[in-house]
Design a protein around this ligand. Structure first.
Ligand SMILES: Nc1ncnc2c1ncn2[C@@H]1O[C@H](COP(=O)(O)OP(=O)(O)OP(=O)(O)O)[C@@H](O)[C@H]1O
Length: 244
């Protein structure tokens, strides 16, 4: 049985349809990435899955007792508010010291418990958000552009940590990402959204899909092509490479 599924899902904002006819499911342990242009409904889709956005039509089904760890796209912390990492993780619900320690360790930031939230670097902040999402031992981690603002090594390190977490917890991971070569390396399945599902499949299938190419053109799709090129290279010396 899937962890979360949607059937004929339609979402609206201020009367306008922003996403329609989405049939989706994710299973235990899977890593699924959502790509799509700005404003294509990716964040809204994740919000609907976690129950933070109303469903206009169709349905969202969550497995009974499902624990979700959600890392939102943005979180504003008042710069004048003194708030340590430990205190932040105890909001809105008090956690045991052991739970906080375990989550921070899993997110790779156990040394930061007594730091002020406002004193964290972008990468540290994202990891603290990840720790917060791990507090309840989730069956599925849902990440909305969690590496936004991080440089390439920072983003790669963050995704490496996500993979470790998945190995440890066996949780599924659903993420929105623009880091296409990371997507290529780490996802079981990619879904390309643009108001509806334009294409989906393994990263290779999506990268080759005309719908995907039409959206991302030869600019960004080059990132996917580049990764595939490198990957193919080591295994198939007779392979014809397109060097466009
Ligand atoms: N709270 C809101 N206020 C105004 N517009 C909204 C809101 N929520 C969704 N929308 C509109 O719905 C559409 C989809 O937005 P959404 O944030 O889901 O897209 P996205 O694919 O996550 O975009 P991005 O890549 O820029 O984060 C956009 O046209 C957006 O303007």
């Amino acid at each position: 049985m899937s962890l979360i599924a949607t059937s004929g899902l339609e979402l609206r904002h201020a009367g306008q349809v922003i996403l329609h006819d989405v049939n989706f499911s994710i299973h235990a342990g899977e890593i699924v990435t959502i790509v799509g242009p700005n404003g294509s409904g990716k964040s809204s889709f994740l919000r609907a899955l976690v129950g933070a956005m109303p469903v206009a039509r169709g349905s969202v089904t969550r497995k009974s007792g499902l624990r979700i760890g959600y890392v939102p796209q943005r979180l504003q912390i008042d710069a004048t508010l003194p708030l340590t990492v430990r205190r932040f993780l105890n909001l809105p619900k008090r956690q045991s010291e052991a739970t906080v320690h375990k989550a921070l360790t899993r997110a790779g930031v156990d040394a930061l418990a007594d730091r002020q939230m406002t004193a964290l670097s972008g990468g540290q902040f994202q990891r603290v958000l990840l720790a917060r999402a791990l507090l309840n031992d989730p069956h599925i981690l849902i990440l909305d552009e969690a590496t936004q603002g991080l440089d390439q090594p920072g983003a790669a390190a963050f995704y490496a940590r996500i993979e470790e977490v998945r190995r440890d917890l066996g949780c599924a991971v659903l993420m929105v990402s623009h880091d296409l070569h990371v997507v290529m390396a780490a996802s079981d399945r990619v879904i390309c959204l643009n108001g509806h599902v334009c294409c989906e499949g393994t990263p290779k299938v999506v990268a080759d899909a005309p719908e995907y190419r039409a959206l991302f053109g030869t600019g960004t799709q080059g990132t996917l092509a580049l990764y595939r090129h490198d990957h193919d290279h080591g295994h198939d010396h007779h392979h014809h490479h397109d060097h466009d």
